[in-house]
Design a protein around this ligand. Sequence first.
Ligand SMILES: [Cu+2]
Length: 208
Amino acid sequence: MSAEPWAAGETGMDESEFPQRCPYRSELVVDPSFFPVRTKPMQPAMTETSSPGRPTVLLWAIAGVLLAAVVAVALYKAWPLLNPTLSEVAPLDPSCDLRSGPCEARFGGGESVRFAIEPRSIPVVTPLRLVVQTAGFDVRAVEVDFAGVDMNMGYNRAGLEAVGPGLYEGQGTLPVCVRARMEWEARVLIHTADGISAAPFRFETRRD
Ligand SMILES: [Cu+2]
């Protein structure tokens, strides 16, 4: 008998009575034959492999799925705003230069859009006056969207107001570009009951 009685364990029996400790006594061992209805044999590696980090991983996985869902909904909502579905796009006239005067775009149905930017030098970071004259459209709203031709310059869109029959005016400002010369496409968006008709016009800005 040991001199310290607490070393003998709960049973009060001397440890020396069990010269061989069972090496698996802390593990849950399941005999597959104990469950006769189970058709697949239980994998030995699956008996007890749960680690303490598993609930944390599960929470992160749920958070990731929720975040992905939020991003998907935001993209879905923002997509028509950033990339409106166009019912018709007029052909681009590369010979017309907005820096020398108004340009006109013609649609297949005979409608036309005349567009001008003032001042004609088109300075950046300066309020620009945008003038649109439409013909043949049942106009609900007119917007002008500025996009970089070979560079993403962000969201630059201005709403125009009716100032006369088929005449719309508004104000827009172009951001400064890292490049000395920047090519832009102004898209005049004519909102009608049938959708949006877009008239593209190209110009460039120069940084002094
Ligand atoms: Cu740019």
